[in-house]
Ligand binder design. Structure first.
Ligand SMILES: C[S@@+](CC[C@H](N)C(=O)[O-])C[C@H]1O[C@@H](n2cnc3c(N)ncnc32)[C@H](O)[C@@H]1O
Length: 497
């Protein structure tokens, strides 16, 4: 019997792919109301792909016969039964947009250009930039129990469902859970459970048992408003504060969390202060990367423009007029600058012989990152424990280390005397943050020899012997270099983090 999980294949077969949607999207310039006549023209040919685009992207009612042809052999009935389609005379229309995103089908609310209506307070957002960024920063190793807090359309939960045994997605927005439920069914997932409620309230029984927690919270810092998806009635960055304070006790030992968020600080330089204080002393190690920061005016202007761009030019002008009231609000609550960053946490009970829990905070521009970057966070946690356990850099030489599987040496060569002479060699991580580091011939040779099977000390002594160099000198020179390579994540312990 055909089920909702067949819809993905049926729509792909109709040609309703990302490209078909992009063609229509290209005709909907940012900040302008769409010309409906133009959209009708683009999708006028009687193809199944056009029926799909009209029904599931443009919020049009389409003739039932066309919908049946599109959805065969599933047909309209199961979608009507699920509430995803509504009958409208001899036509049907969809309750929400259904869009292919990578290999998944996602259900989200229609955009304002399609419905002609502004977003409601229970509006369910689609897969946006922040959604994708969090997904790229999330560790994707095998996990038992995962939580997606504020699951919305469910993208994070669906991705977690591929590498976690069981996933719980929570949200306070009942409509989001409805749409997410359709996405779970459409993607044939049987290990994702959805629960309604605020913060950790719906998962109290699982407290301390999560191996992975992901959250793309409502983090926009704005005067209180009614749209829960982007911040709602929380003052400043209080939602993010509460979330980061509460995550640690819900993680299992070794469990990791990934949160993408904004937070504010009194001056641009003071960015690590408040956010670190929320995490400190809670039994987790943390890696906080500030990806960018904005002054209050730039931040307010960008968000107001972004939220208006889906409506109309008039909405854009009205939005810009609100900037001053946002700035007044920022003055009142002491916002001097606003950061965007990715926070990764790992629960670790610091025992005797091990280092205290740590917070590593650094600023790295977004463009120095290549997806996927989740594995790099696990390497940070492992390497920092090694670095903090060593009493001197020489202690690090006792570990069997190897190059990160994502490291590449990039060389620039110039012709010289009939051959190519290296001008510069730069080691880079090709997944996650780059951490570019210039190497010379000797250091790159040492790195290449590290096999992860024997301690670094043995390999360096061997190389010194072959080069007739003093092994003690070679070891003392290598130790600080190894320390630097561990910190910059180009090296890892054998067996991986
Ligand atoms: C920015 S959306 C993220 C949606 C989706 N996870 C993503 O990555 O695109 C934030 C979600 O958090 C939900 N939310 C807001 N307040 C919440 C709360 N107190 N507890 C749980 N979820 C909440 C919103 O309804 C919304 O679905």
């Amino acid at each position: 019997m055909a089920t909702l999980s067949d819809l993905r294949g049926i729509l792909a077969d109709s040609g309703y792919q990302r490209d078909a949607i992009s063609a229509i999207g290209a005709a909907t310039p940012l900040g302008r109301t769409v010309d409906p006549a133009r959209l009708e023209e683009i999708t006028s040919a009687p193809t199944r792909a056009n029926t799909a685009a009209r029904l599931f992207y443009m919020a049009r009612a389409v003739p039932r016969a066309d919908a049946e042809a599109l959805l065969a052999p599933l047909g309209c009935a199961p979608l009507i039964g699920a509430g995803l389609l509504h009958e409208d005379g001899d036509r049907v229309r969809a309750e929400c947009a259904v869009l292919p995103v990578n290999d998944l089908l996602i259900a989200r609310d229609f955009e304002s250009w399609a419905t002609g209506r502004p977003m409601g307070t229970d509006y369910v957002l689609g897969v946006g930039l922040a959604t994708r960024m969090l997904a790229e920063f999330t560790p994707r190793d095998s996990r038992n129990l995962a939580l997606d807090l504020g699951t919305g359309q469910g993208y994070q939960a669906l991705l977690a469902g591929a590498h976690a045994g069981r996933v719980i997605g929570t949200d306070i927005n009942r409509r989001a859970l409805r749409l997410c439920g359709w996405a779970v069914a459409m993607n044939g997932k049987s290990n994702i459970e959805l629960r309604e409620g605020s913060f950790f309230e719906p998962v109290q029984d699982e407290r301390g048992r999560f191996d992975l927690i992901v959250s793309n919270p409502p983090f926009v810092i704005a005067p209180p408003h009614d749209m829960a998806a982007i911040g709602g009635r929380w003052e400043g960055d209080r939602f993010v504060e509460q979330l980061l304070r509460d995550i640690p006790e819900h993680l299992a030992e070794g469990g990791v969390a990934a949160v993408l968020c904004n937070w504010h600080h009194p001056t641009p330089e003071a960015w690590p202060g408040r956010i670190s204080a929320w995490i400190e002393g809670r039994g987790v190690d943390a890696w906080i990367v500030q990806l960018k920061h904005d002054d209050p005016r730039t931040y307010a202007t960008n968000w107001l423009r972004e939220s208006a761009s889906v409506e109309s030019e008039a909405a854009m002008i009205a939005a810009e007029a609100k900037v001053d009231s946002w700035l007044e609000y920022y003055r009142r609550i002491g916002v001097g600058a606003i950061s965007l960053g990715i926070v990764r946490l790992r629960r670790r009970t610091a025992g005797p012989g091990g280092p205290a829990n740590f917070i590593r905070a650094e600023s790295i521009p977004m463009d120095k990152h290549t997806a996927p970057g989740g594995a790099q966070a696990l390497r940070v946690f492992d390497n920092e424990v090694m670095l903090r356990t060593a009493r001197t850099p020489a202690d690090l030489l006792g570990h069997a280390l190897r190059l990160s599987p994502d490291a590449e040496l990039h060389q620039r060569l110039r012709p010289a005397k009939g051959a190519w002479a290296p001008q510069a060699s730069v080691l880079r991580e090709m997944k996650g943050f780059e951490f570019p580091i210039g190497l010379d011939g000797l250091t790159s040779a040492v790195l290449a020899r590290l096999d992860g099977a024997r301690p670094v000390r043995v390999i360096v002594q061997e190389m010194a012997g072959a080069m007739k160099a003093d092994p003690e000198v070679a070891l003392s020179q290598t130790a600080p270099f190894i320390e630097k390579m561990l910190r910059t994540l180009h090296l890892e312990r054998a067996g991986g983090p």
